[in-house]
Design a protein around this ligand. Structure first.
Ligand SMILES: Nc1ncnc2c1ncn2[C@@H]1O[C@H](COP(=O)(O)OP(=O)(O)OP(=O)(O)O)[C@@H](O)[C@H]1O
Ligand SMILES: [Mg+2]
Length: 252
């Protein structure tokens, strides 16, 4: 269970990006976070693993208050929280498998880790993770040689090396075409269903949220505008979230 209580974020320049967010996310849920650009999606996701320091409030995960964790405790906590990014954040000149194994080290730059440094067992784990996301045969290619969708699957495999219980995905498919977006989302769905990993995933397209999420949280100007089942977002709700002029675009 992830419990967020009264979470606010005011940036150094005085801009308030989140206002008193309260949320309870049970283990195993697939949650989509939607909202206009600037509504606070990335800020919320990054506060959860404290890549951004919350200004106020508490984030309690499995009974531990993340907001009060020491640096040592934070390292332990981050090992169980995977993160994937819109821009994949791979070291492009390194091999795919080196990128994946770097997930095991936590936040060490894989550019500094030679492939032979890793024990056999780690390589086997990395190969297994790559197979799970359907790109086992790409292990020894340079990351730069892969398509965007394949690179994001490397990002997922890298996050899997941590055996995460929670996965934070910040617009993981925003740089991808619709068909490729679905192929990446399907792997997130698989990990959610097979491993029970809780997924918090920000998305631009409501159609993707409808297809994959159990629950949709919509942010608007740093506040929760909607929290519920994706099927309860009708035309009126949609306009409340995205504005009167917004038009629903489906991606298939
Ligand atoms: N470091 C910062 N300093 C000041 N303001 C910031 C900073 N980072 C983000 N903001 C502001 O906080 C608000 C929320 O930003 P955030 O990146 O969380 O939005 P988002 O919903 O992820 O948007 P997008 O869909 O464009 O990724 C925005 O108005 C943004 O300009
Ligand atoms: Mg963002």
């Amino acid at each position: 269970m992830l419990k967020i209580e009264n979470l606010s974020k005011v940036y150094e320049n005085g801009f308030q990006a989140l206002y008193h967010i309260d949320l309870e996310i049970p283990d195993g849920q697939f949650v989509a976070i939607i909202g206009l650009s600037g509504s606070g999606k990335s800020t919320l996701l990054r506060c959860i693993n404290r890549l951004i320091e919350p200004t106020e409030g508490q984030i309690i995960w499995n009974g531990v208050d993340i907001t009060r964790a020491t640096d040592d405790e934070m390292r332990q906590i981050r090992r169980r929280i995977g993160m994937i990014f819109q821009q994949f954040n791979l070291v492009k000149r390194s091999s795919v498998i080196t990128n994946v194994m770097s997930g095991r080290l936590g936040y060490v730059n894989p550019a500094f880790s030679l492939i032979n440094y890793f024990p056999r067992a780690e390589k086997d784990r990395a190969l297994a993770a790559l197979k799970r996301v359907g790109i086992g045969e790409k292990a020894y290619q340079r990351a730069s040689a892969l398509s965007g969708g394949q690179q994001q699957r490397v990002g997922i495999a890298r996050a899997l090396m941590q055996n995460p219980e929670l996965m934070l995905a910040d617009e993981p498919v925003a740089s991808l075409d619709p068909a490729t977006s679905h192929s990446v989302m399907k792997y997130l769905e698989l990990l959610n269903k097979e491993d029970g990993i809780t997924i918090l995933c920000s998305l631009h397209f409501l159609s993707l949220a409808r297809a994959y999420a159990d629950r949709v949280i919509a942010l608007k100007d740093g506040r929760i505008e909607f929290d519920g089942s994706p099927k309860d977002i009708d035309e009126q709700r949609f306009k409340q979230i995205y504005g009167e002029d917004a038009v629903q675009v489906e991606i298939h």
